[in-house]
Structure formats: C-alpha cells, structure tokens
Write a protein that binds this ligand. Structure first.
Ligand code: ADP
Ligand code: ZN
Ligand code: ZN
Length: 753
C-alpha cells in the first residue's frame, strides 16, 4: 500500500496471547522512534491487554482509521528479539510443529516479558564545599544539617542511599533537600544479580586452569576448529574425545579466538546441574581477559534472569553457559556454539515447543554463519550419521590426558550372584568388597543407578532374555492391570509368560530399586564412619544443595556418592578410583529402540568418572546380560565397533537416524473416546495414502494414564519432516476432533512412553 511511507506510525505486532497472526497497530510518534523489529510492547487485544513483539515497522495492511488501535507502552527499552532470533523462532515453530507463540514463550524469559527491569541502586556522595557555604545553606534546616554532618564522614566515597538513610535515620525528603541544594550528588547504577558468584564457586579450579601445553591431539583438533572459524562460514564439527581427553581445553582455545575477535559464544551443557562447574571453569579462564560469563537456565531467579538477559543484549557479556533453553539467549554477534555431551537426551524438550537443543544449535549457527562444535565421548547416532554423510566434520581425541589409562571394567554376572544367595542381591559381593577396600585406602567411590520409575519389563534371571515384540525389536512392557505384555510402538500384546521363552527357566522377574534403598544398603555394609550421600531428583529441587554436595565430595568429606543420571556426566573428580553401576541393563529393559545406544553411552560415561587423578580407576558393572553386545562394547570402550553394529541395526529397520520419527499423541479423559479417535485417525490416514510416510499404531502409551488423561499414540517414519508434516496437517484439517480429545505432534521424538 502506497500510504505506508506517508503514514510511518503504523507497526505490525505479533501478540503473545492466543493469536498466532501479526496485527497492525498505530503508535504515537514519540514512541515510534523507540520501536524496532523485536521490540516488546503492550497492546490492547479484544478486551484484554497483552504483550506483543513488533514484527515489522512497515506493515503491509493498514486497517481503516476508525478501527485502528494503539500500542500502549514499550515494555523493555531494548528489542527482545533480534532479526536473527525472529528467523530462528519461525524455523523452530515450523520444524517442530509448535505455534509461534509457544516458541516465543520459550525464547523470551518470562521475567523479561513481564517487563521486569534492571535493579537500580541510588548512590550518593558529599560534594566538596566550604564550611561557610554549608552554614549558609543549612542554617535554617537543622535536620538537613545533621544528616549532612553524618554523611560527611564518608567524604570521597559513594555510598548506597537507602542504607545510608537508614543508618542516619533520615527521611527521603531530607536527602532530596540536600541534593537540591547541591551539597550531595546522586548517581543511579544498575545492580547485577549474578548467578553462582558465591561461596560455592570452586576457586581451586584456578590453579588447574592456568596455561599449559596442549597435547598433540588437542593441537590438531584446535587447528581444525580454528580453520573452521577462519572461513567465516557455517561449519558443524563433532569433537569425539574419550572421557578425560581434555575436550574442554579445546573448546576454550576456540572460544578465545572468537572472543579476541569480538564474537559471542554460546556454551550448552545437558543439565542445569553441570552449569556451575563449567561456569567456574570459564570464569577463571576468561575472567582474566575481562570477559563476563553469564548463566542461563530455568532454575535462575527472575532477577538473575533479567540481568543475564540485559548483559547479553547490551553486549556487556559475550559468553553464555546454560542448559537447553540457553540456545535462545540473545548473544550478540554469535560466532561459536559449543554443545557439550551432545548425545544427551536432556537436550530434547518434552513440552511444546518440543525442540532438540543440539539441532537448534546447528541451525542457529547456520543462520549466523557461525561454527557449531558438538562434543562427546559417545556421540549420538544422529551426529555420527551426519558425519558419515559429510554434513559435519570430525576431530578426534583418542587418548586421555597424561597417558592416564581408561579404567578397568569388570562385569559382574548377576545371574551367578543370584544363585549364590537365595534372593537376587542389589549389591553383589565383589562390589561390596571393592567399596570397603577404597574406604580403607582413603579413596572415593561413585555408585550409579539408572533413573527409576520406568515401566517394568520382564527379563530372565537365568539367561538375561528380555521379552521383545515380534515386529518392532523393542522390549515389551508388563501391565499390572491385565497381566499382559504390550508393545508400545505397534500395539501388539500377549499374555505375560510364566517361563522364559529362551531357556525355559521359571525365574523371570519384573523388578526395580531406587536410590534411597541403595543408600541404606551401602551404609549397612560400610564401616560406620564412612560418609554416604545420595543425589537424586529431590536434591536438585533445593537451590544450592547439589553444588554443596559436589563441593564436599571434591574436598573429600564424602566417601561414597550414590546417584542417578546427573552424576554420570561431565563431572571431574580426581580422587575417584571406583565406580559401581548397579543395574547396567535397565535401559535394555525399556521399550525403546534407542535402548542399546543409551545403555552403551551411560556405561562409558559413568566409567569415565573413574581414574581421572594419578591413581588408576576401576569400574564394577552389575548386569544380568553380560553377553549383550552393547555392554561388551562399553566394557572394552569400543566406540567404533558399537556404532557399526548399532547403525547396521537401525538401517535395517530404517529407524532414526535413517529416517525421522514423529510421534502423534491423542489424549483425553475418556479411554474409549480417546482410543476411538486415534483409530479413526489411522483409518483416515490410510484412506489418504500418504506419500513417503510409514505409519505405526495407534497403541496405548506405556504410561497409559497420566494425570487422569488416557493416551494413545502413532508413529510416523519419514525421510523428510517437512513432507511428512505437510501431509499430516492437510489430513488433520479435515479431521474434526472431539473437543475433549487433544492431539500433539512430537518431531524427532525421543520419549516413547
Ligand atoms: P573431557 O571433557 O574430555 O572429559 P576435561 O576437559 O575435563 O576432559 O579434561 C580432563 C582433565 O585434564 C581436566 O582436569 C583438565 O584440566 C586436564 N587437562 C586438559 N588438557 C590438559 C593438558 N593439555 N595438560 C594437562 N592437563 C590437561
Ligand atoms: Zn532365560
Ligand atoms: Zn511392536
């Protein structure tokens, strides 16, 4: 429209509040000058007031004048989204089939959206004037005189106005009077609420982080990455390095180069729990260069969030460390993205938008022509496949630092342990003895337990056989309600067997045990003075408890650390010489085609926690399936051999990474109704004969009912997400769903329960 130019005070705004299309608003010219694409504004929408993002300052549509509504305020002085992040949001919402609104919700911290501003501090300072002048100005105001005399003691210093007024017992009006008369000067400064700037920071990392000679392999990898950076173009690279091979040092080399050139760096860690360790390491390393490291994840206070955000937006900080959601942090001039432990499933978000942090990292790097570095000792099959196809490059660190050995891994055959004792023990005799031995030697141990609370599957304590689906090659799940085994991929079910199908043994079981119980058992078998501490999800809910525990462990105040996933990753404790794995094959008993991959990764990662100091480490792995190839490969740390076998299996079934997996969940309060719609949907899909999409299901989900909702799911396997989603959406548009049944698409799904 031609009057766009002549009428510049119109802008297009995308409301964040249940309306997924941009609308045109008017704005006063005084406000218009402050608006940019990405500005967060408050707007009227219907009878409500909501926030919205300015999506264009030259709108294509102008509503008739009498209908035009006006922006009421600008919420944050700086734009909350750059052009680049707007592009990223569009991609995320289209690839992961999520609304733009929910995507923006994930990108912009809620405290920023709520208009929380930087915390201001009023500082005051006495102005130098002659005594005569003071008397002249204050003779008739005794209160001001008294206050002035009090403040004069701090001459030459800036003091906090609020604290001072409290101490001096003066009111704000007295202070204002002094300022008006020019006897006191005030300045306003922004206060930084910095996460982890406290006592639990591990100051002793400083000495470790001082400069040192890189190993030959580190030099080679660094060289390769620096050449990537030199191209000034997008590159993705896998840094495949065994545990303890010094990957972090290589990341730091790349970071240094980027920072010196004024670029920004994003550093992703899989769990919030791992952020402090990395933050401390990077702060001690880059603090000297005058660089600030900000922390970004969901456990920050609203204030810390806003300040981290503001420091990045204003370019005051160029490094951000955080879990998944940090991939959306507003880093300026982004040149490097590091994804540490890239294989971790924690990078996948399980609520809308269901994005994968690593894959968004790669795409964001592409948008910025930046370098994306994916690090792992046990890379995901997706990444390995991308290297194979030439989409990513690869650098390798094959040796541990200082020629330290990978730990010796012993497999404990729990079938034999079960025979020796009447009931299958939780802790085997060899593991108990090893624990006691370490305690006597004043060495530390870690006991690792796979995350519990998953469904039971049936396995044979004689031969280790796990009941599998005839069509899907995944373990079947036992349902207590009907005593049937169910396949949650295709819906196939059969009665729970009484005897093992493989060896005819009667001893087939369904069982699990939690961290609490392990802690008690360990305490019972250890000498009384030994300190055993448990880390699990409960610990994580208390703000600094986990960091406190890690700090105690590092100082040697704890002898045995018992925990789940979160102690398996990335942690570096030099005095740990024993790692015990209670139930290595638990992932294998889960109904997931990624079970072997996960079992392998967890074992190798856990083993990697041992023997990082001068003394060699040992790992005891309790398993009912010592012959399973993933366990054997993990024992010998044979990554390539494992990958080869696992890729071949996936290729044969054409599972990811050979095709994309999209999960479609139907959810409703009524079981029959939900199943009915899922089945109708399948019928509808069959009629529509989709192109290039294989459909499985519907089947009841493993956790059939969650929070009162029944759930049925289907799986689509396709080589193109875009092609698959387009067809699904077309059919879905002509498929009216009951208003009590909801459906959700999960692209590149990991969760199948
Ligand atoms: P990874 O992440 O590959 O498991 P880390 O980066 O944690 O390994 O390094 C393992 C240990 O080796 C750390 O304590 C680190 O400080 C140390 N380290 C790394 N590079 C070197 C080097 N070139 N010389 C000496 N020690 C190093
Ligand atoms: Zn058997
Ligand atoms: Zn099946």
């Amino acid at each position: 429209m031609s009057d766009n130019q002549t009428n510049p005070s119109l802008v297009e705004v995308l409301p964040l509040g249940g309306y997924d299309l941009p609308l045109t608003y008017g704005t006063k010219s005084s406000l218009f000058v402050d608006l940019e694409v990405g500005s967060l504004v408050r707007i009227p929408l219907g009878v409500r007031r909501v926030t919205g993002i300015v999506s264009s300052i030259s709108p294509k549509h102008a509503p008739p004048r009498e209908k035009l509504r006006f922006i009421s305020a600008l919420v944050q002085p700086e734009p909350v989204l750059s052009q680049e992040l707007v592009e990223l949001a569009k991609w995320v919402s289209s690839y992961y089939a999520s609304s733009l609104e929910s995507t923006l919700g994930a990108m912009i911290p809620s405290s920023v959206r709520d208009g929380m501003l930087a915390k201001k501090r009023r500082m005051i300072e006495v102005v130098q004037v002659s005594d005569e002048k003071v008397v002249e100005l204050l003779a008739r105001s005794p209160k001001q005189m008294q206050a002035y005399q009090f403040l004069k003691r701090t001459e030459g210093e800036k003091v906090d106005a609020v604290n001072w007024a409290k101490k001096a017992g003066v009111s704000a009006s007295v202070l204002d009077g002094l300022i008006q008369k020019g006897l006191v000067e005030e300045t306003i400064s922004e206060v930084d609420r910095e996460a982890y700037g406290d006592d639990w920071s591990e100051k002793d990392v400083e000495s470790v982080e001082s400069l040192r000679e890189l190993t030959a392999e580190q030099k080679q990898a660094t060289h390769e990455i620096l050449s990537d950076l030199d191209t000034g173009e997008f590159r993705a690279r896998l840094l495949q390095g065994v545990t303890g091979s010094g990957k972090t040092e290589v990341y730091c080399q790349a970071m240094e180069k980027v920072l010196l050139a004024g670029g920004g760096v994003l550093f992703l860690v899989p769990e919030v729990a791992l952020a402090p360790q990395t933050v401390d390491r990077l702060r001690s390393r880059f603090g000297k260069m005058g660089e600030r490291v900000v922390v970004w994840h969901s456990h920050l206070s609203a204030g810390e969030r806003v300040d981290a955000w503001r420091n990045l937006v204003q370019g005051k900080a160029k490094i951000v460390v955080g879990a998944r959601s940090a991939i959306f942090a507003p880093v300026q001039n982004l040149k490097l993205v590091v994804v540490d432990e890239e294989h971790e499933q924690a990078y996948k978000q399980e609520d809308s938008p269901r994005y994968h942090g690593r894959d968004v990292a790669v795409y964001r790097s592409f948008l910025n022509q930046a370098v994306c570095l994916l690090g792992s000792a046990t890379p995901s099959l997706e990444t390995v496949r991308n290297v194979e196809r030439g989409k990513y490059q690869k650098s390798i660190l094959s040796k541990r630092i200082d020629g330290r050995e990978l730990p010796l891994v012993h497999l404990i055959d729990m079938r034999r342990e079960a025979l020796k004792q009447k009931v299958p023990p939780v802790l085997s005799q060899p593991l108990i003895e090893a624990l006691r031995q370490r305690y006597q030697n004043r060495e530390q141990s870690i006991l690792f337990l796979n995350r519990r609370g998953f469904n039971t599957t049936m396995f044979c304590t004689e031969c280790g056989e796990v009941e599998q689906c005839r069509d899907c090659s995944i373990a079947m799940t036992y349902h207590r309600t009907d005593h049937y085994l169910h396949c949650h991929l295709c819906g196939y079910r059969k009665p729970a067997p009484q005897i093992c199908g493989n060896c005819q043994s009667l001893d087939i079981r369904k069982k699990g045990h939690g961290t609490q119980r392990i802690e008690d058992l360990v305490e019972a078998v250890m000498p009384r003075k030994a300190r055993v501490v448990r880390v699990d999800a409960d610990v994580m809910t208390k703000k600094n408890l986990f960091r406190e525990i890690l700090s105690d462990f590092r100082k040697g105040k704890i002898d045995v650390l018992v925990g789940t996933q979160m102690i398996a990753k990335g942690l570096d404790f030099p005095r740990v010489t024993l790692v015990g794995v209670i139930d290595a094959d638990l992932p294998l008993r889960m109904e997931d085609f990624r079970a072997s991959e996960r079992a392998f990764q967890i074992l190798v990662q856990v083993a990697g926690r041992a023997g990082r100091g001068d003394r060699a480490g040992e790992v005891y792995v309790q398993t009912y399936a010592p012959h399973e190839s993933c366990i054997q490969f993990a024992r010998r740390a044979e990554l390539d051999e494992f990958l080869e076998e696992e890729l071949a299996m996936r290729k044969e079934l054409r599972y990811p990474p050979y095709r994309h997996l999209i999960r479609h969940v139907f959810r409703g309060r009524g079981e029959d109704k939900t199943r009915f719609y899922a089945e109708q949907w399948r019928r509808k899909l069959d009629e529509s004969s989709l192109d290039g999409v294989e459909i499985k299901g519907p089947a009841a989900t493993p956790l059939a009912k969650i929070k009162g909702y029944y759930r049925y799911h289907l799986f689509y396997l396709s080589s193109s997400v875009q092609n698959c989603l387009r067809q699904i959406k077309e059919v879905r548009n002509e498929f009216p769903l009951d208003k009590e049944v909801f459906d959700i698409l999960d692209v590149d799904a990991y969760q199948v329960s």
